[in-house]
Design a protein around this ligand. Structure first.
Ligand code: ADP
Ligand code: ZN
Length: 723
C-alpha cells in the first residue's frame, strides 16, 4: 500500500503531497511518522492507494503511526482545500487548525489508572497476613477498586501479595481527565415561550442555511440554541456551540451538561493539556456529541454536524489574529454547507455586516423584542462627568452612581462596575513639556501598575522603573492620567467601606479556573460589587445584579476606527444587559464626557434599529464596510532595511494591480503602521479600501510571494484593530 502524505511543515516549498509505502491498515486521516529531509517528522495521510505513481525504489516507507484512530475527520480535507485557497496558507497550516497544538507536539498521551479486579477468595493466606485478608474482603465486596487508593488503605505490599497469589488481577484502564467536574447544575429544561417556539419552528422549517437571532438581552436566546441542539442530537447528529470568551464556557457547559450529560465536551485553551486531549478524543470518537468552546472550537473533530451555534456573533474575538486570519463565521458556513447543517448566529446587537445580510434575505432573521416574562430592560441614566469635575468631584464615581450604589447595597442586591481598561492610573505624562513615557521596543505609551510600582508595556510586557522626574526636561510634574480598575476599587472602598468587592481583569485572572472562581464567588453572593473590564461585559447571568455602572462610556468612541460607533453601542447594550435579569428591575448609570453623542442616545433608548439605520446610511455615504472592504497588508521585520525593501515591492505589486483594475480601488497608500514597533519588529503597512473582494486573492498572493525568513507579510480584511 502507498500513502499520500502532507508533511507537518507549514512552508510553501513543501506544500504538496508526498508518497510513502505503508502498512495495509494505514487509514486516511491518520497521522504518521515519515522520514523527511534526513529527519523523522509527522505527516497527515490524505489518501491511500494500491499502486504508486513513482518507481518503487524511489518511495520511502512510513516509520510508524502516531494515532490508532484517524485524528482527522474526512471533512478536514475538503475544508483544508477551501482554507488553503481562501487564506493562501500551506495545506499543512490548514490541517493544523484541526488538531490541538499539544497533540501535534506529541507532549500528551492518554492517562491510565490501575485497578485491582477480584478473581477468587480461594487462596491461602497466612494467619499473620491480616492486611491481606482485609484487603481481599474489601475488594471482593466491591468487585474492583482503584489501585492507588487500595495501597493507601492496606499497604502496597499486601495488595501486591494478593496479586501474586492470583486472588486479584491488576488491570490498567484508560481514564478521561474531566475538566470542570465540580460544576454546579444549572437551568433545567423549560417550557418554551411562544416567541421561542416560533423561532425554533422558523429555523427548522425555513430552507435558509443561516439564521440570525436578534434578541434583546435576556430574551431567552440560549434556550433556543439548546433546543436546536437537542433536536439534532435526537436525529443522531452532532453540534458545535461557540461563545466569544473562554470565561463564558463553564457557564454554558453547566447548562449543556445538565441537559445532555456526558454528550457535551469542552474545548478550551485554558484546560490542561491532558484534559484537552481527552475531551478532544471524546468528540473525535463520537462518545461526546456537542463541542463547546471559543473561536477555535469551530474546528472541533465532529462528523455529521447538524447545527453550529455562534453566540454573540458580533464579537471581535471571532476573527483570528494569527495566521490563518480566518473569520469564524466564514469557517462555520463552510462546515454547515458540507454537513447540511443549520448555522445559527445570535446577538442582542448584531454586527452591521450580518444585519445587512439578514435584511436582504440572505440569512433568516428572527427578532425577539421582549425579555422572558416581559421584564423591562433596565433604565439607563446618563451622568455627565464634565459637570462632576466642575463640582469638584475627583473620584471616579458620579453622584448618580454613588446614590444608586447606596440603594443597591442597602437592599442586599449586587452591582457590576464596568470599565474599558486595566491598570491603575494610565499613561505617564509630563505637564511641563508634554513628554509621554513609551516602550523602547514598541513605541506605545506605558501603563503604570501600582501593585508593582512600575511601568509596563501591554504589547511586549517590558517593565520600566517608575519616573519621579521627566527624563526630557527634568520637570517634576509627572502626571498619571485616566482611571483603571485599581483606582476604581480604591475609590469604591473609600465610599463604601463595608462593601465586599471583587475585581476581574487580565491582572487578576490566570489559568483556566481564574475567571471561573471569581464569577463563582460573585454568583454565590460572596461579594457585593464586581469591578472589571471587557471580560465581565458578555453573556453572564447573575440574577441578583440590579445595578451596572459604566465608568467611561466614551473610551471606545474616540478610537480612529470606522466601527467605533458600532462597538460602543454594542458594549453599552451588552453591559447594561447584565442588570435586572431576574426579579427586580435593573438600572444602569452611564458616565460620559459627551452625553449629547448620538450613539449614546440610541443606546440609552435600546434603539437598535435607529442605530442601524443611522449607521448604515453613514457607511454608505462614506463608503465604509459593508459598502467596501478595508484591506491592510502588514510588513513586519526586525531588520529595518529589509522591511522597507519588502514594503516597496509589495506596494509596487499592488500598484500594478491597481493600474489594471482602477475601478476596484477607493483608497490606497503605504505608511508606517500607527504602532511603529512591536516586540522589536518594525511594522509597515499598505492600506487599501476596495470596492469588494475581487482582487483579494491577488493581494494574498503578493503577500505570500514577498514573505521571507526575516520579513513577514500578511493580509488583514476589515481588521478589528488598526494599531
Ligand atoms: P439571552 O441569551 O437572550 O440573554 P437567556 O437565554 O440567558 O437570555 O435567558 C434569560 C433568562 O430567562 C435565563 O435566566 C433563563 O434561564 C430564563 N429563561 C429562558 N427561557 C425561559 C423559558 N422558556 N421559561 C422560563 N425561563 C426562561
Ligand atoms: Zn513594549
Amino acid at each position: 500500500m502507498y500513502a499520500q502524505v502532507i508533511v507537518d511543515v507549514a512552508h510553501s516549498q513543501v506544500d504538496r503531497i508526498f508518497e510513502y509505502s505503508c502498512p495495509d491498515e494505514t487509514k486516511v486521516g491518520c497521522r504518521v511518522k515519515v522520514p523527511f529531509g534526513g529527519r523523522v517528522i509527522d505527516g497527515f495521510v490524505v489518501g491511500v492507494s494500491r499502486v504508486s505513481s513513482y518507481p518503487a525504489d524511489k518511495v520511502k516507507s512510513i516509520v510508524g503511526a502516531v494515532d490508532e484512530l484517524p485524528a482527522l475527520v474526512p471533512e478536514c480535507f475538503s475544508l483544508m482545500e477551501s482554507i488553503a485557497c481562501r487564506y493562501r496558507v500551506p495545506k499543512a497550516a490548514a490541517l493544523r487548525l484541526f488538531i490541538p497544538s499539544e497533540m501535534r507536539l506529541g507532549k500528551v498521551r492518554e492517562a491510565y489508572k490501575s485497578y485491582a479486579v477480584f478473581k477468587t477468595a480461594d487462596v491461602k493466606l497466612s494467619a499473620a497476613a491480616k492486611k491481606q485478608a482485609q484487603a481481599l474482603e474489601y475488594i471482593k465486596a466491591r468487585g474492583e477498586c482503584e489501585f492507588t487508593a487500595l495501597c493507601n488503605e492496606f499497604g502496597r505490599g499486601a495488595v501486591n501479595a494478593l496479586a501474586g497469589k492470583g486472588a486479584i488481577e491488576i488491570k490498567k484502564r484508560k481514564v478521561s481527565r474531566n475538566p470542570f467536574s465540580g460544576l454546579p447544575k444549572r437551568g433545567g429544561e423549560k417550557v418554551l415561550t411562544p416567541a421561542q417556539r416560533a423561532a425554533l419552528d422558523d429555523i427548522e422549517n425555513s430552507d435558509k442555511r443561516v439564521h440570525l437571532i436578534h434578541g434583546v438581552t435576556g430574551s431567552g436566546k440560549t434556550e433556543i440554541y439548546l433546543n436546536v441542539i437537542a433536536r439534532e442530537i435526537e436525529r443522531g447528529r452532532t453540534a458545535i456551540f461557540l461563545v466569544p470568551e473562554i470565561s463564558l464556557t463553564p457557564q454554558m457547559l453547566a447548562q449543556l451538561r445538565n441537559r445532555f450529560g456526558g454528550a457535551a465536551a469542552i474545548l478550551h485553551s485554558g484546560l490542561s493539556a491532558g484534559e484537552r486531549f481527552d475531551e478532544w478524543w471524546r468528540l473525535r470518537s463520537g462518545e461526546a456529541k456537542i463541542a463547546i468552546g471559543a473561536r477555535s472550537a469551530v474546528f472541533a473533530p465532529m462528523e455529521n454536524i447538524g447545527a453550529i451555534i455562534i453566540d454573540e456573533e458580533h464579537d471581535s474575538s471571532y476573527v483570528s489574529e494569527s495566521a490563518p486570519r480566518y473569520s469564524t463565521v466564514e469557517i462555520a458556513k463552510m462546515r454547515a454547507e458540507y454537513n447540511g447543517a443549520k448555522l445559527v448566529l445570535g446577538s442582542a446587537t448584531p454586527s452591521v455586516e450580518s444585519y445587512v445580510k439578514a435584511k436582504a434575505g440572505r440569512y433568516g432573521l428572527i427578532t425577539l423584542t421582549e425579555r422572558i416574562n416581559k421584564k423591562p430592560l433596565p433604565e439607563i441614566i446618563i451622568a455627565d462627568m464634565r459637570r462632576e469635575v466642575r463640582r469638584g468631584n475627583n473620584t471616579a464615581f458620579s453622584a448618580a452612581l454613588r446614590e444608586e450604589l447606596d440603594v443597591t447595597l442597602k437592599s442586599g442586591n449586587q452591582a457590576i462596575i464596568f470599565l474599558n481598561r486595566r491598570g491603575y492610573s494610565r499613561t505617564v505624562l509630563c505637564r511641563d513639556c508634554g513628554y509621554v513615557a513609551k516602550c523602547e521596543n514598541c513605541d506605545v505609551a506605558l501603563t503604570y501598575h501600582s501593585e508593582e510600582n512600575c511601568l509596563k508595556c501591554h504589547y511586549c510586557g517590558a517593565k520600566y522603573r517608575m519616573l519621579t522626574a521627566c527624563p526630557d526636561c527634568g520637570g517634576k510634574h509627572v502626571l498619571y492620567s485616566g482611571t483603571g480598575t485599581q483606582k476604581v476599587v480604591a475609590d469604591l472602598k473609600g465610599l463604601f467601606p463595608a462593601a465586599r468587592i471583587l475585581r476581574m481583569d487580565n491582572d487578576t485572572v490566570s489559568g483556566k479556573d481564574g475567571h471561573y472562581n471569581i464569577l463563582k464567588q460573585f454568583s454565590e453572593k460572596k461579594a457585593d460589587v464586581l469591578v472589571g473590564t471587557q471580560m465581565i461585559a458578555k453573556g453572564h447571568d447573575f440574577p441578583a445584579v440590579t445595578l451596572v455602572g459604566i465608568m467611561d462610556a466614551d473610551m471606545s468612541l474616540h478610537f480612529s476606527d470606522y466601527r467605533s460607533g458600532e462597538r460602543t453601542f454594542q458594549l453599552i447594550t451588552q453591559v447594561s444587559g447584565r442588570s435586572g435579569r431576574a426579579g427586580e428591575a435593573g438600572k444602569v448609570v452611564l458616565q460620559t464626557c459627551s452625553p449629547e453623542n448620538y450613539i449614546l442616545r440610541y443606546a440609552v433608548g435600546y434603539d437598535y434599529n435607529g442605530f442601524f439605520e443611522n449607521e448604515i446610511a453613514l457607511r454608505k455615504a462614506t463608503g465604509f464596510p459593508p459598502y467596501s472592504l478595508i484591506c491592510r497588508v502588514m510588513v513586519t521585520s526586525e531588520d529595518g532595511e529589509a522591511a522597507l525593501e519588502t514594503l516597496k515591492n509589495v506596494y509596487f505589486s499592488i500598484e500594478r494591480l491597481r493600474q489594471d483594475n482602477p475601478e476596484e480601488f477607493i483608497f490606497f497608500n503605504k505608511m508606517h503602521s500607527p504602532i511603529k514597533k512591536i516586540q522589536g519588529k518594525l511594522r509597515y503597512q499598505v492600506l487599501m479600501r476596495l470596492k469588494g473582494g475581487a482582487l483579494l486573492g491577488d493581494i494574498y498572493d503578493i503577500a505570500v510571494k514577498n514573505t521571507t525568513s526575516s520579513t513577514l507579510v500578511y493580509v488583514e480584511e476589515n481588521p478589528v484593530n488598526l494599531s
